[in-house]
Design a protein around this ligand. Structure first.
Ligand SMILES: Cc1cc2nc3c(=O)[nH]c(=O)nc-3n(C[C@H](O)[C@H](O)[C@H](O)COP(=O)(O)OP(=O)(O)OC[C@H]3O[C@@H](n4cnc5c(N)ncnc54)[C@H](O)[C@@H]3O)c2cc1C
Length: 493
């Protein structure tokens, strides 16, 4: 059957009143209905489908997020997403939206006894004819996006690690290796294709009738609809200088001071970028310079640190070579992961103090658990570029700052509670310490935030009002507030 005819039948089917009467409030019935409608292989999978169901459920990065959905649906295009949304809004079934499933919070991209909408089949990357933009499906992983674009001599502002999902990263802001030069990923979106609560498929851009929806999506997450495509600006791909180094634990304080020093001087060079992790074995850093050089003055603070172990010898390579280096470090299996965030104006003494709070608290982790501290160095230009690109809703201050992305990994479900408690204590103590020095910033980075963190309110009152108004306008029936399992939602404000 021709796709357009089949889609027309599906749309008509979804609007039939008998569906509503038959399945209202009955998630199992809704799943059967979805299975009838999405007939192709894996279109709808039930727990009784054994290994196939398990494989798809296991796509959530943290094992703690793999909840037993009543069924998982995998729409293949925006039209099918629209059909699914119409059916769910008519039957009133609870649902969650999942793109890559990397979010750490159980229930955000997973749902217990509801319908999990997996967008993994929306995974195309299409370059425009003039190659100035690319339409990218939310079910992509960044690895696939870069594999499609780098051979064309192009990049987009996206994730730093290949296996991570596109959909959630784009909605939460999106930290890339190009942030200092180009701003956040969401500052580089030309348009969003969105399925609204009534099933309408709309394209929102800065200069069309949906400009308030476009603006809302630059911070407002899954409060308005399901994004089925991101149209991103492309930029020329240049080779990088790549230098990955490991330091010993006794160099930690000097290392953190070098990070603060880099933010004062080196980071003013927009071609430079760093990616830092503090592990029990000591700090590691990825020094990246977006030109094929032998060394970059921007990194003088790190060169001055002296002894280090090269993780790989320094080299010149493409974004794909960097993906090979960073992606290989991530595997999950049965590992559970959870982390939280907070931000502050950069200050070397405070950074040393905060890391000592972290190590003190994580000393009492249950056996088998381990912890990683990730200070993300954000240049003042990230906020400035956001404004220059029409303004986002994040409420960022134009100062050098740190956004934390620390996380704990463990395997025993019985340890969940203890780890969440330790996590909240770390955030509280660090926030208090930053506040005491008058260096705390209100902003909470959605992509690394914890389950009780008030991300939307951290953007400031005006931005929250904007998000609320756009949610009310585009979802007047509150489908995404009442039926969506969880998320950084207006209903929680
Ligand atoms: C190993 C690792 C590396 C990371 N690296 C980076 C990095 O370099 N930069 C960075 O910014 N972040 C990074 N993150 C954080 C990452 O951005 C978040 O985990 C993000 O949520 C991942 O996107 P996803 O598509 O996998 O999201 P999911 O877990 O699928 O979804 C996250 C949230 O967004 C909602 N959502 C997802 N897609 C849609 C959609 N299309 N429409 C509406 N709502 C949707 C979901 O319902 C959920 O609430 C990393 C995380 C991990 C685990």
């Amino acid at each position: 059957m021709a796709t357009s005819l089949r889609n027309a039948i599906l749309v008509a089917l979804a609007a039939t009143p008998t569906i509503q009467q038959t399945c209202t409030g009955d998630v199992k019935c809704t799943c059967e209905l979805l299975r009838d409608v999405l007939t192709e292989v894996n279109g709808t999978v039930l727990p009784s489908d054994g290994d196939t169901y398990k494989d798809i459920e296991d796509e959530n990065y943290s094992a703690a997020c793999r909840l037993p959905a009543a069924c998982i649906v995998s729409p293949k295009n925006a039209q099918e997403v629209s059909t699914v949304v119409k059916i769910l809004s008519q039957t009133g079934a609870k649902f969650a939206i999942r793109s890559g499933g990397h979010n750490y919070i159980p229930g955000f991209a997973s749902v217990d006894e509801g319908v999990l909408i997996s967008l993994s089949s929306l995974n195309s990357t299409e370059l425009s004819e003039d190659k100035k933009t690319a339409k990218i499906g939310p079910g992509n992983r960044w690895q696939a996006v870069y594999e499609a674009l780098v051979p064309e001599g192009l990049v987009v502002v996206g994730g730093r690690v290949g296996p991570v999902g596109v959909g959630g990263l784009m909605l939460g802001g999106g930290l890339s290796y190009f942030a200092t030069q180009r701003g956040l990923a969401l500052d580089n979106v030309k348009s969003y294709e969105v399925v609204l609560a009534d099933g309408a498929i709309v394209t929102a851009s800065a200069d069309n009738e949906y400009s308030d929806l476009y603006q809302g999506l630059r911070g407002g997450a899954s409060n308005f609809g399901i994004v089925t495509s991101y149209e991103l600006y492309t930029y020329p791909a240049r080779d990088f200088y790549v230098d990955a180094r490991a330091y010993s634990p006794n160099q930690t304080s000097d290392f953190l001071r070098a990070v603060a020093e880099y933010q004062k001087e080196g980071q003013l060079d927009p071609s430079s970028s760093i990616s830092v992790q503090l592990l029990e074995s000591g700090p590691t850093i990825l020094l990246l310079y977006n030109e094929p050089v032998q060394q970059a003055k921007a990194f003088d603070a790190f060169y001055a640190l002296g002894t280090y172990q090269p993780i790989v010898p320094a080299f010149n390579g493409s974004l794909l070579d960097i993906m090979a280096l960073t992606g290989s470090r991530f595997s999950t299996g049965e590992t559970r992961t959870y982390g939280e965030t907070f931000s502050h104006k950069t200050d070397a003494d405070l950074m040393v103090e905060l890391y000592s709070i972290f190590t003190e608290e994580t000393a009492s982790l249950p056996s088998g658990a381990s912890a990683v501290w990730v200070p993300n160095s954000i240049a003042a230009s990230v906020a400035t570029l956001g404004k220059q690109h029409g303004g986002n809703l994040l409420g960022l201050e134009e100062v050098p700052q740190q956004w934390y992305e620390w996380y704990i990994t463990w395997t025993e479900p019985t340890q969940d509670r203890a780890i969440w408690d330790i996590s909240q204590r770390i955030t509280q103590r660090c926030t208090d310490a930053a506040k005491a020095k008058d260096l705390l910033l209100p902003y909470l980075f959605m992509n690394t935030a914890g389950k009780t963190q008030d991300v939307l309110n951290s953007y400031g009152a005006d931005n929250v009002e904007f998000i609320k108004a756009a949610a009310a306008k585009y979802d007047p029936g509150r489908v995404f507030q009442t039926l969506q399992n969880d998320g950084f939602l207006v209903r929680n404000l």
